[in-house]
Design a binder for this molecule. Structure first.
Ligand SMILES: [Zn+2]
Length: 64
């Protein structure tokens, strides 16, 4: 996984983890830029591997 905001790709802080359908979802905070995103990964019922990121907020400064 890498940060969709700045491209950083190590040592993310996992804030939370849960299941969504066949995915595992991690809410992750980037230590470099402070952006927060949800990282989805899993294998679909058809056997296809899938992973993607959804941006939550660009920086921790940007409250609400
Ligand atoms: Zn980042």
């Amino acid at each position: 996984m890498n940060c969709p905001f700045c491209g950083y790709e190590e040592n993310f802080a996992v804030l939370k983890e849960w299941r969504f359908r066949f995915y595992t979802v991690r809410r992750v905070s980037c230590p470099k830029c402070g952006g927060v995103f949800n990282y989805y990964f899993g294998v679909s019922p058809t056997g296809k591997r899938s992973e993607f990121c959804i941006r939550v907020k660009p920086r921790s400064k940007t409250a609400t």
